[in-house]
Design a protein around this ligand. Structure first.
Ligand code: PEP
Ligand code: MN
Length: 264
């Protein structure tokens, strides 16, 4: 169902009245890795909106490598995201980590994110396939492109046609970056599927210095959008501070992004 052999025209996925992805406009989803509190999420939402982002991101249920790390504010985090949406008008994307909490997340969120660690959690993929919310599917860190598309197929085959693919870096021998952002996956996927493809240079590199160059490169490579972590005080972030942009740096990136977007 994801294949261009089944459907040639690009799928345009409606996120809200004002926002669709897969068309001409580059859609930027920005915000903190984790929702940490009211002031943090609302301040960040206002800043990313002012810079030109169309979607607010923020994790409420966090899939952490260590069980001792911050696990997210859970439902309280979802409520704060909804409040930020009310204030800014930005639709929200947040992660769903298991089938049990998927309905709850879908009540609050405009897009359901499936994280890299759950990209082959088939029970979860089937569950979100049954919900009526767009799904942002991240590539698993050791997934081939073929396997990535098969995971999308799990969602599509349950009846949910609104799937957005996200390249977020894969595991390689390289240790200079957290992951290796596979930029070539963008044109490869665009050649194989009608689904929109976005890139996440924040998780892809793990280092804020590299986020802007890789964001621009992803758009030049044909990405339909970006996911970027932004935090007002990255040094104090509960998760992923080292790869988070301060609002000012994000704003500068958005200015450059418009120039690249115009020329592709
Ligand atoms: C995230 O978006 O904060 C996240 C955990 O991403 P990934 O699943 O790509 O690691
Ligand atoms: Mn993160």
């Amino acid at each position: 169902l994801a294949s261009k052999e089944v459907k040639v025209e690009p799928s345009i996925i409606r996120i809200s009245d004002a926002v669709s992805i897969g068309g001409k406009e580059i859609i930027v989803m920005a915000g903190p890795c984790s929702v940490e509190g009211e002031e943090q999420i609302i301040e960040t939402a206002k800043a990313v909106k002012a810079a030109g982002a169309q979607v607010l991101r923020g994790g409420a249920f966090k899939p952490r490598t260590s069980p001792y790390s911050f696990q997210g504010l859970e439902e309280e985090g979802l409520k704060l995201l909804a409040k930020a949406r009310e204030i800014t008008g930005l639709p929200i994307v947040t992660e769903v980590v298991n089938p049990e909490t998927a309905d709850l997340v879908a009540e609050y969120s405009d897009i359901l994110q499936i994280g890299a660690r759950n990209a082959q959690n088939f029970a979860l993929l089937k569950k979100v396939g049954q919900l009526r919310r767009p799904v942002l599917l991240k590539r698993g860190m050791s997934m081939t492109i073929q396997e990535f598309l098969m995971s999308a197929e799990y969602v599509l085959s349950e009846g949910n046609q609104s799937v957005i693919l996200c390249e977020r870096g894969i595991r390689t021998f390289e240790t200079a970056t957290r992951n290796t952002l596979d930029l070539s996956a963008i044109p490869v996927l665009k050649g194989m599927t009608h689904l929109p493809v976005i890139a996440d240079p924040s998780h892809g590199t793990g280092n804020y210095h590299y986020v802007a160059p890789m964001a621009l490169a992803a758009v030049a490579a044909g990405a339909d959008g970006l996911m970027i972590e932004v935090h007002p005080d990255p040094e104090r972030a509960s998760s992923d501070g080292p790869q988070s942009l301060k609002p000012k740096k994000f704003d500068a990136l958005m200015t450059k992004l418009r120039l690249v977007a115009e020329s592709v």
